[in-house]
Design a protein around this ligand. Structure first.
Ligand code: GLP
Length: 243
């Protein structure tokens, strides 16, 4: 596992954004796994600025998002589909039909079951972007996590309601379930980059980098993957013994 510690969230966006731009340049048909939440915002901002300046061509790129809340229509302001459109897709020349986000409405149970197959048919994820929850969740795989899980319906836990309440009018409005790529689906990616900023993530990062592999800290499953890079700021790195 490679750990890169940078100054702040903007620097994370710069470092990780460059990795994604390089991946598109090296392979215009690259397949990305993408994440939502506040962590990737600076990366997406970098990609938008790069597109405006350098016209990197996203027209053949495919993306698969990690998760979606159950019960939120794609047009709902807090849905992850809406987030992706607003924060990235609407501002680059990616084709919307090449962007996949799990469905949280309609027949979401059977659609979730087909999601891994869809990824495999596309050729598998080349580069997967991940955030991490304060409780160590990746995607929406809450502790205790099933390391063999594929995409499916998951229950969210109290720590996640609290962490994500800031995006909703009240904590009661945070959906109680989501569709998420499973831990196994995530580990199928050829390369993974996880980002985190702020003190709130320091405990999860400590477990991820220096802790034992345990399903009580789902992010530790990444220790089983051969190509993981972690890009974090000093605050998220503050509990690491070696910096
Ligand atoms: C969210 C998402 C995750 C994300 C994590 C951290 O609930 N399901 O994919 O990585 O929690 O979110 P944030 O980046 O806002 O701290």
């Amino acid at each position: 596992m490679k750990v890169i510690i940078v100054e702040d969230k903007a620097a994370i966006g710069h470092t990780v954004g460059q990795m994604f731009v390089n991946a598109v340049k090296n392979n215009p048909k690259v397949i990305f796994g993408l994440a939502t939440g506040s962590s990737p915002e600076s990366t997406y901002q970098y990609l938008i600025e790069d597109y405006q300046t350098n016209h990197t061509d996203w027209s053949n790129v495919k993306t698969f998002n990690l998760d979606e809340y159950i019960g939120l229509e794609p047009t709902h302001p807090q849905s992850y589909r809406h987030f992706m459109n607003e924060k990235l897709f609407n501002h680059i020349n990616i084709q919307k039909e090449n962007t996949y986000v799990p469905s949280g409405v309609g027949d979401y149970v059977s659609l979730a079951k087909q999601y891994d197959q869809k990824i495999a048919e596309a050729g598998g994820i080349d580069l997967q972007l991940l955030g991490v929850g304060t409780n160590g969740h990746i995607g929406f795989n809450e502790p205790p996590a099933d390391f063999d899980s594929l995409t499916g319906v998951v229950d969210l836990v109290e720590a996640t309601f609290q962490a994500n309440a800031r995006f909703f009018d009240s904590i009661n409005d945070v959906p109680k379930q989501a569709v998420s790529m499973g831990i196994k689906s995530i580990l199928n990616a050829r390369k993974i980059v996880l980002i985190a900023d702020g003190e709130g993530k320091a405990e999860a990062i400590k477990h991820l980098v220096e802790g034992e592999i345990s399903n009580l800290w789902p992010c530790t499953a990444l220790q089983n993957h051969p190509d993981v890079t972690i890009v974090i700021d000093y605050k998220a790195a503050s509990l690491l013994t070696k910096q």
